[in-house]
Design a protein around this ligand. Structure first.
Ligand code: 5GP
Ligand code: 5GP
Ligand code: 5GP
Length: 208
């Protein structure tokens, strides 16, 4: 292996709620393809160590190349949009995720496989459905964090990590859902370690 290749223990597969990105003080911009659907979106697939630390930017010689994933782009636009401003074609976000995280799992997944695998994981873990089945809807009201966790455990049989951010009025809101995947990117696993939850005990689930 080249010297930049770093081993890692597992992946975090991270989805986020677009409503919680957009209603912050910073606001958001829809991508040039238009407003994404009201569903959780992919944030990234992140190699991680069991002690909670993680490698990043592992291979500067492997730049993001949109032409390698052209047949994935329409699914990426739907499932992995960038809501940062100014409005974009998402290339900057995907490139950031590849450079920072994807290059650290190149021993397992090449660039095409990295994005393809992440899209497949999304199709296997329907967070919104699990929440709605439990009566937890993106309607701007507040829900108990414990109930959100139980609903996801019940629906997809995995304990999630959950992170929150704050809306423009300072309310703690549901932002990111972390699930864990084994280091070969084949199976969901119980998380070896969870990210620190910064959520209040009751959190807003904003509309989008
Ligand atoms: P934040 O500081 O907003 O929590 O995270 C900023 C960025 O750091 C994330 O978008 C992600 O790229 C990276 N990051 C944060 N926490 C973790 C983690 O626990 N594991 C990994 N692999 N990356 C993380
Ligand atoms: P991370 O470093 O946390 O993996 O990714 C966050 C970086 O990607 C930030 O620099 C952010 O500006 C950029 N980015 C672009 N579009 C988005 C988006 O829609 N959501 C998030 N969370 N980050 C985005
Ligand atoms: P980064 O510097 O990694 O792009 O982003 C730093 C933090 O600001 C991340 O939590 C990211 O999600 C957030 N962020 C970056 N750009 C935007 C934006 O245009 N709108 C919103 N709402 N958040 C952003």
């Amino acid at each position: 292996l080249p010297t930049f290749a770093q081993d890692f223990d597992f992946f975090y597969f991270v989805q986020n709620w677009p409503g919680s990105y957009c209603d912050t003080e910073r606001s958001c911009c829809y991508p040039r393809t238009g407003k994404p659907s009201a569903d959780f979106k992919i944030h990234g697939l992140w190699p991680n160590y069991n002690d909670g630390t993680y490698p990043s930017n592992c291979d500067p010689s492997s730049p993001f190349d949109r032409t390698q994933i052209s047949d994935l782009v329409s699914s990426m636009e739907k499932n992995w949009p960038s809501l940062a401003c100014p409005s974009s074609d998402n290339t900057k976000f995907w490139s950031h995720e590849w450079n920072k995280h994807g290059t650290c799992s190149e021993s397992v997944l090449d660039q095409y496989e990295y994005f393809e695998t992440t899209l497949n994981l999304k199709a296997q873990a329907n967070i919104l459905q699990a929440l709605q089945t439990a009566g937890i809807n993106p309607d701007g009201s507040h829900y108990s964090l414990d109930k959100i966790k139980s609903a996801i455990e019940e629906g997809i049989k995995l304990t999630p990590g959950i992170s929150c951010n704050v809306d423009g009025s300072g309310n703690s809101q549901l932002y990111e859902i972390y699930l864990c995947v084994d280091s070969s990117a084949s199976n969901f696993i119980d998380c070896p370690v969870f990210p620190n939850s910064n959520c209040a005990s009751s959190v807003e689930f904003p509309k989008f």
